[in-house]
Design a protein around this ligand. Structure first.
Ligand SMILES: [Zn+2]
Length: 828
């Protein structure tokens, strides 16, 4: 399979911008006008020229209405084209100087004003900033690049009753007429994109950890759930201190949730902003997940991720966006490490693997790219599954290569060497090499600068006479498009008479055979049983080998793989082993996988085994049970699924039951799904799952439910559920085209626009939308939507060319046939 390219015709190479001055301090003084969704005031930059003879300062400033510009308090000349502000310096300056710009703006990026409208009267009035990657310039003039670090100060005037949360210390809150003036100051130098504010009405709870003051800000309606969301922050702060050897670097840590936030969370400098969508409630807390379709995503992980950024991203910041993985890969890996500390190594391996599924999906379905990538349209393009889970997984591999001691020593030295400054991938390489004495450039090259991952094909044989086990290991990935043959250490484990024999081998060629002298014939043969490596693997084993792996392997990950392997064999002989595992296995994921494998076997015996097992107590295992039952078009399965859908205490078990009921009983599921949709669940996850399930049903009523759930005014996830139903149906009805076109071009919710373009139009390859998709790629306010629209546009246009070429070919063939018919027949 060839992979699609990340590089689009619009992509450009990106290197550091030239700079001839350095900003030392930014003071932003603004008044927020909520009614007009605009702001006005002044920004004062203190700067130092880098070289002598500087006559001009160039600042990024997007669509600001500029009033007056002064240098050192004297009016200055300037030129402005709505994108770049050139300020003339009176004389060639040396030393520190200030530029003050007075301006007003109605930003369409960088600052968001949200509030009630006709369809959502319940919404609160809020304003908040979100700068990453290049949106600071939409609300104040600056050198808008991660390599620019300065201290900052924010003086913000808001209506009475509002709170303002920002970076650093709150110096004062003054009353002025109908307003409050909040004055915040951050003395530590930080990157431009980490400057932030949030303004709104919030409740507040404080805690303390490691001598740090923690503040949680929330909408009053969520007070009961605040500690479900943020309560583990103290333990996380201590854990990250312990792992990095670097204490939490600031005096306070604020976390504030806002409605309609554009991402899940943003690690603004000691003042993280997060979405209100992820509050667990009493019914869902135990599930430890926030979306039925991605069980590994949950509020606690999100909190850990943003907190980890306070070290990786904020204390040490990527030098430039091509190295953004130093922010996101580390933050993702440290959230995974927090799981290892708080929930154990098995849960950690499950979590990292689940995250990697997003990477495999992107790699196979969207594009393949190196983690350090310079060619993009907008830097936001890089914030994908290569940047988060794949980069985290490469750090996990690096830990395996280096060993825990030197890996964490290297991280400590990296953080200490680049504190309050910027680093690139080579800086990390040097820190890791110095701390371990290992040459690591080749590993970094294949992991961060090249593409892909190893695809192993492994074959095992036993020579009774020589008492040797042989493993033939092939790396079968395509190397034509730049993916290498990987050089990696790998654990090989044999169990001989219940003794675990571990070998570490070096994999370094496209095909190699390794032999191992053993005391006897092994009952289990394992390749990377602790799942250190990012890989795909095909390792066909006999039924006996897999059964004993499930039974006796000491590694839960390997037992889960065995259960999965047994499901693929689709043999009744695997049923007793799977049933035993589903009943008595220690780790929940293996029990759930064993149940799912019984579903995959799909025979009457397998169904009987599932029923005999009874109702699992663990919610996550009940999800496995619900999933398994979807495979049986049988009354017994249907009855259990209906029970789970209507009565289970976990909203996520109900979701899984909804999806399975549609598979198990397509002719009867509809009224039950329609009723279940009305049951409230966190973030309306159950309604979304029911709609998703309806995509598989042919009931005439489904069309009507979709059209009721699609319009703005419904909860966001319900609208996305309606889009999932259309995607599941596999085509868009003519009558739906105008509504979808309107959503694509004018909808208020970017998540709905994004899902529509990327998951519906793109996957269905619907060329009726090609013009609107092109328009969205140019005009949408969210760069994430523009990027996916651009990819979709090129795919649709490519398939148009492809089908035009096919039509032409068909016409040519027809013509040839016609000519043939006209040729004189030879006699005879
Ligand atoms: Zn992040």
């Amino acid at each position: 399979m060839t992979h699609k390219s990340f590089r689009l015709p619009e992509s450009r190479s990106h290197y550091l911008p030239p700079r001839d001055f350095h900003t030392t301090h930014v003071k932003i003084e603004l008044t927020l006008d909520f009614a007009k969704r605009s702001l006005y005031g002044a920004c004062t930059l203190t700067f130092e020229p880098i070289r002598s003879g500087l006559g001009l300062i160039r600042l990024d400033a997007r669509e600001l209405n500029i009033g007056k510009v002064s240098v050192d308090n004297a009016q200055a000349e300037y030129e402005y084209d709505n994108s770049v502000l050139d300020v003339k310096l009176p004389d060639a300056v040396v030393g520190r100087h200030t530029i003050q710009v007075e301006y007003a703006a109605t930003p369409n990026d960088g600052v968001y004003f949200t509030g009630p409208d006709k369809e959502h009267p319940e919404k609160e009035v809020q304003a908040w900033s979100h700068n990453e990657t290049q949106a600071a310039r939409h609300w104040y003039p600056c050198f808008d690049h991660p390599s620019e670090r300065s201290s900052s100060e924010l003086v913000l005037t808001v209506p009475k009753g509002f709170k303002v949360i920002s970076n650093g210390k709150l110096l004062s809150v003054d009353e002025a007429k109908e307003s409050l003036v909040y004055h915040w100051k951050e003395d530590l130098p930080h990157s431009t994109y980490l400057t932030s504010f949030v303004a709104g009405k919030f409740g507040e709870i404080t805690q303390e950890a490691d001598g740090i003051k923690l503040h949680y800000y929330f909408p009053e309606s969520k007070r009961e759930d605040v500690l479900r969301y943020f309560g583990e922050t103290p333990r996380m702060i201590e854990t990250f201190h312990e792992l990095t050897g670097v204490k939490y670097p600031y005096e306070k840590y604020d976390q504030v949730t806002v409605q309609d936030f554009v991402v899940g969370g943003m690690e603004n400098f000691n003042a993280t902003t997060l979405s209100t969508n992820y509050y667990p409630d009493a019914a869902s807390e135990e599930d430890f997940q926030t979306s039925y379709s991605a069980p590994h995503i949950n509020a606690v992980d999100l909190v850990a991720h943003e907190l980890a950024h306070q070290w990786f991203g904020d204390l040490v910041t990527c030098l430039d966006w091509p190295h953004a993985w130093l922010n996101e890969g580390f933050a993702t890996y440290f959230q995974v490490l927090y799981i290892e500390k708080s929930k154990g190594v098995d849960q950690m391996r499950w979590d990292l693997s689940s995250r990697l599924e997003e990477y495999f999906e992107e790699d196979e379905g969207e594009y393949r790219r190196p983690i350090v990538e310079r060619e993009y349209v907008w830097p936001d393009d890089l914030f994908d599954a290569h940047l988060y889970p794949k980069a985290a997984s490469m750090l996990h591999e690096l830990r395996f290569v280096m060993g825990d001691e030197t890996f964490f020593k290297g991280i400590n030295s990296y953080l200490k060497s680049f504190s309050y400054s910027n680093a690139d991938t080579h800086d990390l390489l040097k820190s890791m090499e110095n701390s371990s004495g290992l040459p690591l450039e080749e590993f970094f090259e294949q992991s961060f600068f090249k593409t892909g991952h190893p695809e192993f094909e492994v074959a095992y044989s036993w020579d009774e006479e020589k008492r040797t086990a042989a493993l033939r290991i092939k790396q079968s990935q395509r190397t034509e498009d730049g993916s290498p043959i990987f050089k990696l250490p790998c654990e090989i484990v044999f169990y001989v008479d219940s003794e675990r024999l571990r070998f570490v081998v070096n994999l370094d060629s496209a095909e190699q055979t390794l032999t191992f002298m053993l005391p006897g014939k092994p009952s289990v043969v394992e390749f990377d049983p602790q799942r250190w490596l990012l890989k795909k693997i095909r390792f066909d084993k006999s039924l006996d080998l897999i059964l004993s792996q499930l039974e006796i392997s000491k590694d839960a990950w390997s037992r889960a793989e065995a259960a999965q392997g047994l499901g693929k064999l689709k043999s009744n002989n695997a049923t007793p082993g799977l049933k035993a595992a589903a009943l008595s296995e220690q780790f929940w994921h293996v029990r759930a996988t064993a149940l799912e494998a019984l579903g995959e076997i799909g025979t009457e015996e397998a169904l009987k085994a599932i029923v005999d097992i009874g109702m699992p107590e663990d919610r996550r295992v009940r999800r496995g049970l619900a999933k398994a039952l979807g495979a049986f078009k049988h009354e017994v399965a249907r009855k259990v699924l209906l029970d789970l859908l209507e009565k289970d205490e976990s909203p996520y078990v109900r979701c899984e039951a909804a999806l399975s009921l549609a598979k198990s009983w397509p002719e009867g599921a509809f009224p039950h799904l329609r009723d279940a949709m009305k049951v409230h669940s966190p973030n309306e996850t159950l309604a979304e799952a029911c709609l998703d399930a309806m995509g598989k049903l042919s009931d005439k009523e489904v069309k009507r439910v979709i059209s009721e759930c699609l319009p703005y005014g419904n909860p966001t996830r319900v609208r996305i559920g309606a889009l999932k139903a259309i995607k599941g149906r596999g085509f868009i009805l003519d009558e739906e085209v105008p509504k979808l076109t309107d959503i694509l071009l004018h909808d208020k919710e970017h998540r709905v626009r994004l899902y529509l373009v990327n998951q519906v139009v793109r996957l269905l390859g619907d060329r009726r939308f090609i013009e609107e998709v092109r328009e969205a790629s140019e005009l949408d306010q969210e760069l994430k939507v523009r990027r996916k629209a651009l990819e979709t546009y090129h795919e649709l246009a490519g398939s148009a060319e492809h089908s035009a070429a096919l039509t032409k070919l068909r016409a040519e063939v027809e013509e040839l046939r016609e000519e043939n018919r006209r040729l004189p027949r030879s006699s005879g």
